[in-house]
Design a protein around this ligand. Structure first.
Ligand code: URA
Length: 240
């Protein structure tokens, strides 16, 4: 690779929103002409930068304007819970209440999520509370009118979600709804197809279940029952 090509590549990463580039291994640039070999340490972005932490991810997000959601949000909603949690729950994106408070799942869907976690675990004899898990979203800024995040928004913000999960290294991930499932698993399948069985995100077991907002709709009794089954499976896998 010539230095010009290298410069273009680095500019490309910068345009994607990478502020810091991390070295995997020194790269030896092959001389184009008679010039002596040029050995420079090139820092390429790893999926998980060395010694990454949640604080570092949060400060890398900064006052983010990498995508259009930055223009309309109030607060960035990074994530909340135990940084050593055994389960990470991933939702879609902040709603109005979350955007105002800066914390995920604090509105009506959040109350239901808390009930699902605490109700199921107490029934199953597993003593965990909401604060024992980690909760975050695919996108950290509220999409206007609570619309589904666009693919490019999910891709831009996804790097931070992946780093969060990589730092926490939970025993399992729970994707809440189709958007989270697609962000983590790729593919086009929705929650009805994916729920209830184990999948993997980078070697970590991943369960897909219904998003609490969907369960709040009155005609979804079957889905509610299925979501409780999924949670039971998840909790027993992680805590038994
Ligand atoms: N819905 C989500 O997906 N995330 C939240 O934080 C709140 C509602």
């Amino acid at each position: 690779m010539t230095t010009d090509e290298l410069r273009h590549q680095l500019e490309f990463y910068r345009d994607l929103g990478f502020k810091d580039l991390y070295r995997r291994s020194p790269l030896t640039l092959q001389p184009q002409s008679e010039m002596p070999p040029l050995k420079i340490p090139v820092e390429l972005p790893g999926l998980m930068p060395e010694n990454d932490t949640l604080d570092k991810i949060c400060s890398d997000i900064g006052d983010c304007q990498r995508c259009r959601l930055g223009a309309t949000r109030n607060k960035i909603v990074f994530g909340v819970g135990d940084p050593k949690a055994k389960i990470v729950f991933v939702g879609e994106g902040p709603g109005a209440e979350e955007d105002a408070q800066g914390f995920p799942f604090v509105g009506r869907a959040g109350q239901l999520l808390t009930q699902m976690i605490e109700g199921t675990s107490s029934k199953e004899g597993i003593p965990i509370k909401r604060e024992d898990v980690y909760i975050c979203n695919v996108v950290k800024c509220r999409p206007p009118e609570n619309r589904t995040p666009e693919a490019d928004e999910m891709e831009t913000c996804g790097q931070f979600l992946f780093r969060q999960i990589s730092v926490i290294q939970p025993k399992a991930i729970c994707a809440l709804g189709s958007t989270a499932a697609k962000a983590l698993l790729g593919g086009k399948d929705g929650v009805t197809k994916l729920r209830g069985t184990w999948h993997k995100w980078q070697q970590l077991p991943l369960m897909v279940t219904f998003h609490p907002s969907y369960l709040l709709r009155p005609y979804n009794q079957n889905a509610k029952r299925e979501a409780w089954e999924d949670l039971k499976k998840l909790l027993h896998f992680v805590y038994d």
